[in-house]
Design a protein around this ligand. Structure first.
Ligand code: SF4
Length: 377
């Protein structure tokens, strides 16, 4: 089999892991817990013997029931997650954990607890500031969570189990970071849509499966003949709210540009950095999740801006698409300042706002085409 075929097959293997996730979850004996924020410390659940899986809200097309309970002017990503919960899509799981990553997630926790009583819910306080005190506070919250898990599942979460879970998750991060080096270097081994699917596969909690499949892909890439020199194309980065809208990715890629970096929870935000394997495990987990925390909710906005500017450099980005889900105040509030700072750095920015199920795709496509044409030709 030619190298390129082996690479395509390895990519398909990872995408299939995500596609077949429900079958794999249901077939696994371990208890499962859902999560909706990438600030959720998956290591603690893995150490407790659980499968921590991300709820993505892709299966329910109607959010009518969820809207009736939470309101119409609500984040449509969370409405779709709640719709799945109400429809019993995650009935095989024991519970759901909500990190305090935005007000709407907090309200979702309240609604989930009230309306889906068959599932145990947990709420994790998440400090907005990053400091020695907030890290210590967050570490205390994690210790409380560990105690809750120990009582619930009747087993001790040992330091050794936490270290093992840290190792597995760090390995996933390293593998994804290695894959994204190809995107930095200009070799587009994945489309934008495939990149998001790969990161989603990592969020299924099926870490050992994922690590094996990623290793196979990286081996295939290393063994392949060097590709011809990459076409010098327009390089786009997307940042902002929860994002996985294939129609918008198609508009970028069919417009002749390449989506080279996704500064979102289904992109680099998920796998940046490493947990210190030599430090005391709970302290190291707390430090990692607060330090890597560059989302719009973080109060020190200049940390977020610097992170965006660093990514622009690393991925040789030509322009940025700032995506906000409608009613996502967290990201919309930051936008004017992000725009100002990127303009100062002479980086063109296009702002797009839409629902999770993009209903205004035709107009968005036109805006993206116009934006790209004015930069590329
Ligand atoms: S998209 Fe915005 S409102 Fe929705 S969960 Fe994320 S931060 Fe919260």
């Amino acid at each position: 089999m030619r190298g390129e075929d082996t690479i395509r097959q390895a990519i398909r293997g990872i995408v299939d892991l995500y596609r077949n996730r429900f079958d794999l979850w249901k077939a696994a004996d371990s208890p499962k817990i859902g999560w909706v924020s990438i600030q959720t410390p998956e290591e603690i659940f893995l150490a407790a013997g659980l499968i921590p899986l991300r709820i993505t809200g892709e299966l329910e097309s109607s959010a009518t029931d969820a809207c009736a309970r939470l309101g119409n002017n609500y984040c449509s990503y969370l409405l779709s997650c709640f719709s799945e919960g109400l429809a019993g899509v995650y009935d095989f799981a024991d519970g759901v954990i909500f990190a305090d990553a935005c007000d709407m997630r907090k309200k979702l926790w309240e609604a989930w607890t009230r309306d889906i009583p068959s599932m145990t819910t947990y709420f994790l306080d998440l400090p907005c500031y990053v400091s020695a005190i907030s890290k210590e506070y967050f570490a205390q919250r994690l210790r409380k969570l560990i105690t809750e898990m120990e009582h619930r599942y009747g087993r001790k979460i040992s330091e050794e189990a936490l270290r093992e879970a840290i190792d597995i998750c760090n390995r996933s991060r390293t593998l994804m970071q290695r894959l994204y080096r190809y995107k930095k270097g200009g070799r587009q081994v994945l489309t934008g849509g495939e990149s998001i699917q790969v990161v989603k596969a990592a969020t299924t909690g099926l870490k050992e499966h994922f690590n094996r499949k990623m290793s196979a892909l990286l081996e295939a890439l290393a063994a392949a003949e060097p590709p011809p020199a990459p076409r010098k194309g327009h390089r786009v980065m997307i940042c902002g709210s929860y994002f996985d809208q294939q129609g918008i990715i198609d508009a970028i890629e069919n417009g002749g540009a390449a989506l080279v970096c996704e500064d979102i929870s289904n992109g680099v935000k998920y796998f940046e950095g490493q947990i210190d394997p030599d430090a005391e495990p709970v302290t190291a987990i707390a430090d990692y999740y607060l330090e890597k925390y560059t989302s719009a909710r973080r109060l020190e906005i200049d940390v977020r801006i610097q992170h965006i500017l660093d990514l622009v450099q690393e991925y040789q980005v030509d322009s940025v698409i700032y995506y906000s889900i409608k009613f996502c105040d967290t990201n919309l509030h930051d936008y004017p300042y992000v725009l100002e700072r990127l303009r100062e750095a002479k980086i063109p920015v296009l702002s797009i706002e839409s629902e999770r199920n993009v209903t205004n795709l035709a107009s968005i496509r036109t805006r993206i085409q116009t934006f790209l044409e004015s930069r590329m030709f």
